[in-house]
Write a new protein. Structure first.
Length: 287
């Protein structure tokens, strides 16, 4: 890692790497990048010029590629989605604009998400991250003892049969999402406190996007605890703001962070290509 130019971005997570081309990494550089990713959990590699095939080749270094459910992929590339908002789309929701870990409701949620900046607005469109390891460490011993044995229910209900279809009026056109899927209504239990494998650290694993309730509790009974956690993880000292630069290649570890896309660039076009690598069934401390 001494040969890499690695610059920490935040006090608790995130690093930027300069001066490499991911298309031509040798084995030693690859291992150093993976070590940096394990330590920092959010990583941006500056100034990368990748085709979809080259982005897929880089992503494969971190695990098998995953085609995302319910989201239309890029033509000819089933493992790539275009995260696009057009300049004429104003006052509409954008893809991923609430705190979440990607597709956490799956039996084996994705591990790594990778975004490549293709076209950026002159300002805005940042991505926010919250460090779920630091958020866990910031809880009192009493709260940690309460939470550690619990499971939490995750569901893809936002793609399911209970969501009212507004005909796309309030959703960007660039990301085509399938709704009304009965299998997305299924709830799955995952540990509320999962283990981040590369470091062994404990991390909270819940989000307002995909979490419905605590296992064996009603939504009403669960709400006070979950609402407290959602406010807790968003505290500024646990967060990182990725201010995009042209040709950034950004990746993060869904086992240890949640993120959201800031929708503050009406009137400008924004396009990123997204790949997803690796899958893992979340496991808690007992496992």
């Amino acid at each position: 890692m001494n040969t890499l130019d690695i610059r920490p971005m935040g006090s608790c997570l995130g690093a930027a790497i300069h001066g490499i081309d991911v298309r031509t990494m040798d084995d030693a550089t690859e291992q150093a990048v993976k070590a940096a990713m394990a330590e920092h959990r959010v990583m941006v590699i500056r100034d990368q010029h990748l085709t979809p095939d080259e982005q897929k080749a880089f992503s494969l270094r971190f695990g098998p590629l995953m085609a995302l459910p319910y989201v239309k992929p890029l033509d000819g590339h089933p493992e790539v989605i275009a995260v696009l908002k057009e300049a004429d789309e104003v006052k509409v929701s954008t893809f991923g604009s609430w705190w979440h870990a990607d597709f956490s409701y799956l039996e084996e949620p994705p591990v790594y998400s990778i975004l490549h900046a293709k076209e950026l607005p002159p300002r805005g469109g940042d991505t926010l991250f919250a460090d779920m390891c630091a958020a866990w460490d910031g809880l009192s011993p009493g709260m940690q003892a309460l939470l550690e044995p619990l499971n939490v229910m995750h569901s893809g209900f936002v793609y399911g049969t209970k969501v009212v279809d507004d005909g796309g009026r309030n959703q960007t056109r660039g990301v085509v999402i399938s709704k009304g899927n009965a299998d997305a209504d299924v709830e799955r239990a995952h540990p509320l406190v999962r283990v981040h494998g590369p470091t062994g650290r404990k991390a909270l694993f819940a989000s307002p996007t995909y979490t419905t309730r605590l296992e064996d509790m009603t939504e009403a009974e669960s709400k006070p605890i979950l609402e407290f956690l959602y406010q807790h993880i968003a505290r500024p000292e646990f967060t990182l703001r990725q201010v995009w630069q042209d040709h950034d290649l950004l990746m993060w570890d869904n086992r240890a962070v949640v993120h959201l896309a800031v929708n503050d660039y009406d009137g400008y076009r924004r396009l990123l290509h997204r790949t997803t690598a690796g899958r893992e069934r979340p496991y808690g401390v007992a496992a």
